[in-house]
Ligand binder design. Structure first.
Ligand code: MLT
Length: 338
C-alpha cells in the first residue's frame, strides 16, 4: 500500500469511529407509557412507531413500551410528559380532555359514527387544530392516532338493551366530565375511576361494569370478570401517541422530522390493524363466554338522551356550537340548529 493510500485508509477509519461515537452519543431510547396490555391497539401503534423510527434513523433511535399502566395512570402520564420527566405516552383521548378541553369534541357522544369519520377528523384540519390546542394547553404534542373502535358497555350482572336496564348498575367511567354527564343523561350516577384501577374495580365488584372497545376488553382480559356486552356506539375510541414538548424541542430538526414521520406511518397502520382484527376479536370474546347484545330500537333512546342532554353542556368547552358544526360538516352530517 502506498503512503497516500495508507493515510487515506486511516483517515476513513478515524472518521467512521468518530461518526459511530457521535451516533452512539445521540442515540435515543424513548420511554413510552402505554395504558393497555399486550395485544391492544395501543401496543400495536407503539410497535408500528418504533419500527418506523428505527428504520428512518438507520437503527440509531428506538423506543421502549411500558405496558399496562406501569408508568402511572393515563392522566398522570400527561402531567409527566408535560414537565418532561416522561418522553411519550399512548392513551385514550378521553384521558387527554381534562388537560385540553377542546379535544372533548372527539368524546361527545354520537359525534363520530365510523372509523372513516375518525380518520377524516384526526388526519384533517380539525385534528391539526386540536393538536395545536393540546400543545398550547397541556405541553404535549400529538404525533400519532390509534383507532380502537366503539366503546361497548360490559357488566357482570345482566344483559342491557335499554336505558331502563342500566338503572341498577354501578358503571365505571374515566375521570372525564363528558362521559360522566352522558351516563347521567341515561339516568345513573357513574363512578369515575382511573384506568389503571379498573380491572381490580371490576374484579372486586366495587363496580359492575365499564365501557371500552372489543379490542381493549380482550387485551385487558375483562372477559375474566365480565360476561355481558352491549353494542353501544356512543364513543369511537381514539388514542393518541403524545410526546413531551420539552423532549421534542431538545431534538435536532432531523430527529423531530423522523419522529413526526414515524407517527404518521403508525397512524396509517393503526387504521389497518383495526380493520383487520376487530371482527375476529369480537368472535374471540364470544368464544371466551361473553354474551353480546344490541341495544333495542337501534339505540334510539340512548342517542336521543345523550345528544340532547349532553352536547349543549359542552359547547363552550369545545370552542362553541360552531366548532361542533364544523366537525359535523367535515363528516357530512347536518349542523345543530341554533
Ligand atoms: C379508559 O377507559 O380510561 C381508557 O379508554 C382506557 C384505555 O386507554 O384503553
Amino acid at each position: 500500500m502506498t503512503f497516500v493510500k495508507k493515510v487515506c485508509t486511516l483517515a476513513a477509519a478515524v472518521s467512521t469511529v468518530a461518526l459511530m461515537a457521535a451516533g452512539a452519543a445521540d442515540a435515543k431510547n424513548f420511554k413510552i407509557a402505554v395504558g393497555d396490555s399486550a395485544g391492544s391497539p395501543q401496543e400495536a401503534t407503539g410497535k408500528f412507531f418504533i419500527e418506523a423510527l428505527e428504520q428512518k434513523s438507520g437503527g440509531a433511535h428506538t423506543a421502549t413500551l411500558f405496558l399496562n399502566g406501569q408508568l402511572g395512570s393515563e392522566q398522570d402520564t400527561v402531567n409527566e410528559a408535560a414537565i418532561g420527566t416522561l418522553d411519550m405516552s399512548l392513551l385514550a383521548i378521553n384521558n387527554v380532555t381534562p388537560f385540553s378541553p377542546s379535544v372533548g369534541v372527539f368524546t361527545l357522544p354520537y359525534v363520530i359514527l365510523s372509523l372513516e369519520d375518525a380518520e377524516t377528523l384526526t388526519q384533517g384540519p380539525i385534528g391539526q387544530e386540536l393538536t395545536e390546542n393540546t400543545l398550547r394547553d397541556a405541553g404535549v404534542r400529538i404525533i400519532a392516532w390509534t383507532y380502537t373502535g366503539f366503546r361497548r358497555l360490559t357488566n357482570s350482572k345482566k344483559p342491557v338493551v335499554s336505558v331502563a336496564d342500566l338503572q341498577d348498575l354501578v358503571i365505571r367511567v374515566p375521570k372525564n366530565e363528558i362521559m360522566i354527564e352522558t351516563y347521567k343523561s341515561w339516568g345513573i350516577n357513574p363512578t369515575p375511576m382511573a384506568w389503571s384501577e379498573t380491572f381490580t374495580g371490576l374484579q372486586t365488584k366495587v363496580v359492575d361494569g365499564q365501557d371500552n372497545p372489543y379490542m381493549t376488553i380482550n387485551a385487558m382480559k375483562f372477559y375474566e370478570v365480565q360476561n355481558h356486552v352491549t353494542n353501544l356506539r356512543y364513543i369511537f375510541s381514539i388514542e393518541p401517541l403524545i410526546v413531551s414538548e420539552a423532549v421534542f424541542q431538545d431534538l435536532s430538526e432531523d430527529d423531530q422530522k423522523m419522529i413526526l414521520e414515524a407517527g404518521q406511518e403508525a397512524t396509517r397502520k393503526s387504521a389497518q390493524f383495526l380493520r383487520d382484527s376487530e371482527a375476529a376479536i369480537k368472535e374471540e370474546l364470544i368464544a371466551k363466554g361473553m354474551e353480546i347484545v344490541d341495544p333495542e330500537n337501534d339505540e334510539a333512546e340512548f342517542i336521543q338522551l345523550a345528544t340532547e342532554g349532553v352536547w349543549p353542556q359542552f359547547y363552550d368547552s369545545i370552542g362553541g356550537v360552531e366548532k361542533l358544526n364544523e366537525v359535523l360538516a367535515a363528516i357530512g352530517r347536518d349542523p345543530v340548529q341554533q
